[in-house]
Design a protein around this ligand. Sequence first.
Ligand code: HEM
Length: 496
Amino acid sequence: MEMEKPIYLLLFLLALLVHFLINKLLCWRSSPQLPPGPFAWPIIGNIFQLGRKPHVSLTNLALTYGELMMLSFGGHHVAVASSPEAAMQILRTHDRMLSGRYVPAVATKLAHESVFPSIALSEACDDAWRSLRSISISELFSAKAIESQANLREKKMMEMVDYLGRKEGEVVNLEKILFATTVNSISNIMVTRDLVKLDSDGGNERLQQLIRTIIEIVSSRNLADLAPMLQGLDVWCKRKARNILVEIKSLWNDIITERRERKDGEANTRDFLDALIQNGCSDDQICMWLMEFILAGTDNVWNTINWSLAHLLKHQEAMSKLCDELSQTTDGNVLRESHLPQMAYLDACIKETIRLRPPGPFLVPYRAVQACKVMNYTIPKDSILLVNFWAIGRDPTIWKDPLTYKPERFLETKLDFKGANFIYIPFGEGRRLCPGLNFVVTQVQLLVASLVYHFDWSLPHGMDLADLDLDEKFGLSMMKEKPLLLIPSRRKRSTG
Ligand code: HEM
């Protein structure tokens, strides 16, 4: 009799599980007003349909289920928009209800550990979010602020050019050099100092590792995201959040303390850190905020420059058109930021690169703050919304020969980065539009122009440039699968 008890218990638990599964299945099927989508298993949902390249998998699924489809991951509804019309419905027509942010569990934990001011991870477009955005735009990204930073960016660009000049004839890993240059360009406009060394062989790993860790854990699925009912048990997630916080504080604390102790009149420039201190921000708030801009503005930016050069090297016809444009515009003088507005072909090359290699294939996930009807379907409250810009950028009904690298298409159409009719939205649109957009465009154009203007590039082991591989690897920022290893040699007409 005693032996039978565990069997009854097991049967009881099994019955509960079957009941739960059947309920889930019935619920799923009896929601006809949800957008169509593939069958989702209870709890795990469609996780196994994502594969190693979710942007490709979701683009293929959209061919079957349409421009607005619904999937499920870890108990969350996930709506995916794969056409300009569906993107417009989310980003413009219903933006008041759909422009919340999905915040991963680990970031929520981070918020509980600190006062966590974040623009990108503000769950709603509330007053705190509005004031963070407006300070950052006025201090860092307004037209006036961007213009006043020109000398700093040019200085960092010349340091990169000098460094590459010293490496003439050697194989360099362009990613590492671009990483250091983009980090220092941003850190200089924020705190007027370099965070990493350009010539450090391995010395930049601490920051690079910290950035990677934060990005990895914020984007990876942890227990609490997969099964929200298990959040209480997710000690691991909490511990991770705490460890990151310690690292972030140790990166910025000395800089902030030094600045607070500086006497009036000791500095001749005022930077973003001064503005935050004057606004009465606490050290913790400042740490998190500076980190947010380093996170948002490093990998995305250097990846875009890396991809731009890779495409130009592979397409020598485009490269020689760009060289001609650079020679005509600079007329043998030092390349300056003021030359950039005159270079339409450079602008077109970068737009074409971003169309094919958007750093964020799904933009940044949104959240429905209220239930909402979109294209006659119901999007339940708290659904996650993805806009598959990767799919829109390669849609053959929008772009002629979509897989071909052809910068000229942007000369003909004059599309800007703000979306036009939602066919080109790599920086999002509407109230959540990337605040760093003007900074990014200037920074990317300047660095791509300088790499092309000052150097000829070849591949190691005498490899033909036409054989350069352009495979991509999915991550929070979409990277080249293999690092870009190149040999620089100074162009004869270079003035640097
Ligand atoms: C190639 C570089 C970049 C790309 C492609 C990019 C793209 C994006 C996208 C798609 C979004 C989401 C927009 C939306 O939700 O509608 C975004 C948001 C954001 N970006 Fe960028 N970005 C880049 C660089 C930067 C830089 C350099 C910074 C700052 C230093 C920055 C700061 C932000 C912030 C703070 C947000 C959150 C905005 C909000 O939620 O209100 N980004 N970015």
